[in-house]
Design a protein around this ligand. Structure first.
Ligand code: 5GP
Length: 117
């Protein structure tokens, strides 16, 4: 699928829409979900224009993929979420109801996640 440069996360990356940043650098951005499904609900995105999981894994070089996943650990550890646990979710495509066509990972935590998502 071709990248839609007007998707919401592209606008967030261009700072056309504000977000509450948890961590950001030249390669990745982590920010709070506007409609949290748990007490802690963070979205992590690579800054490169990748639509979905397949695109992320196959179009980015391995070091970018590894960097992204390492930053997930850093964010989780930085907020102390590793103490009690967390859930990572990637919604991919129509059947998973992926809303935003810029690859992202959900980090859910802060409470027992039974029955959530
Ligand atoms: P998906 O269903 O694509 O995996 O998840 C998209 C997520 O983006 C949803 O959890 C939704 O609440 C979140 N979201 C949609 N628009 C915005 C926005 O403008 N700002 C933030 N922070 N999150 C958003």
């Amino acid at each position: 699928m071709e990248y839609d440069k007007n998707n919401i996360f592209a606008k967030i990356l261009r700072k056309e829409i504000p977000c509450e940043v948890v961590y950001g650098d030249d390669q990745v951005l982590f920010f709070y979900d506007i409609n949290p499904q748990a007490k802690v609900h963070i979205l992590g995105i690579p800054k490169k224009k990748v639509v979905d999981f397949r695109d992320f894994i196959l179009r980015l070089d391995q070091s970018s993929v590894q960097y992204f996943f390492t930053k997930i650990i850093d964010v989780i550890n930085g907020l102390g979420l590793d103490q009690k646990g967390y859930r990572l979710i990637i919604n991919n495509g129509r059947d998973a109801n992926q809303e935003v066509p810029h690859f992202h990972i959900h980090i859910l935590a802060g409470e027992n996640l039974k029955g959530i998502r």
